[in-house]
Design a protein around this ligand. Structure first.
Ligand SMILES: [Mn+2]
Length: 270
């Protein structure tokens, strides 16, 4: 039995199959952890979702910004834009409703006390420790399963509020939480969020740094597995940070890490 954490798939079903072959993934014994962004940009979002749902008892995935964006569009709260969205196959699928509901029941954050690993799509606000982050993730997860979900999707996009404040309420609070978990790359020492820069860490705008380099970050004792930031090129591989998005959909590679021994496996995505 082994547990493999895999980076952002983005609808690249064939590359996922190639990687699972390479690691000899056995769905009767092994487990998968996925960093989210299962869909969009790549060619096979529908096949990817159907496959993952079919092995749901053997996998844990956290939602990414592309997964939430797809949900907001499929729930008709944000318009579909063929220039940016490649998941028309999901919108037209006969099992669409089952897939959407299934996705809406996936977590934003996962922590396994036995192995000590924590899984998130993008990052942690520097003022969040694990108990607070789990509580905030639950607020979002409850919203996605509840009667307010359509209104939440309608309020999903935006870069404000640009810092965490425990006094935040309503959709501003939820947007700040979702932006940290699914879009964060750079922030300031005071925790101000920056969402324009997508390049590598050397390109940090003045006054900003990667979220994981903020001094006295409250999650610095955690072993965090994350995706979302392809420009890191998997450079952060321990001891406590594991960046697994290696740009599969951009012609990079798809990467898996075996949690039991920290071994890495990857398949080129050309
Ligand atoms: Mn992402």
């Amino acid at each position: 039995m082994a547990t493999y954490a895999i980076g952002d798939i983005q609808g690249c079903y064939d590359f996922l199959m190639r990687l699972l072959e390479k690691i000899h993934f056995d769905e009767t014994k092994d487990f998968l952890w996925l960093t989210g962004d299962l869909v969009n940009r790549g060619p096979d979002s529908l096949k990817t979702l159907r496959f993952l749902k079919s092995i749901e008892k053997r996998m844990i995935c956290v939602l990414g910004n592309h997964d939430l964006g797809m949900l907001a569009i499929a729930r008709e709260q944000i318009p579909f834009d063929p220039k940016h969205h490649t998941f028309r196959d999901i919108l037209e699928a006969e099992d669409k409703e089952d897939l959407l509901i299934w996705l809406e029941h996936q977590p934003l954050l996962h922590h396994d006390p036995d192995s000590g690993f924590t899984l998130v799509h993008a990052g942690f606000h520097p003022k969040w420790d694990l108990p607070l982050a789990l509580k905030l993730a639950k607020e979002l997860e409850d919203t996605l399963k509840g009667t307010q979900k359509l209104e939440f999707y309608a309020h999903l996009y935006g870069n404000e509020p640009d810092n965490w404040d425990p006094q935040l309420s309503g959709f501003d609070r939820l947007r700040c939480i979702v932006n940290c978990f699914t879009r964060l790359r750079f922030c300031s020492a005071e925790g101000q969020l920056e969402f324009h820069t997508k390049e590598a860490t050397e390109k940090a705008p003045t006054g900003f740094m990667p979220w994981f380099e903020v001094p006295n970050r409250k999650s610095e004792n955690l072993k965090i597995i994350f995706g979302h930031w392809a420009a890191l090129q998997g450079k952060y591989r321990g001891p406590r940070l594991f960046a697994l998005d290696t740009g599969c959909v951009w012609g990079g590679s798809l990467t898996a890490m075996r949690l039991e021994d920290g071994a890495f496996f990857s398949t080129p995505c050309l």
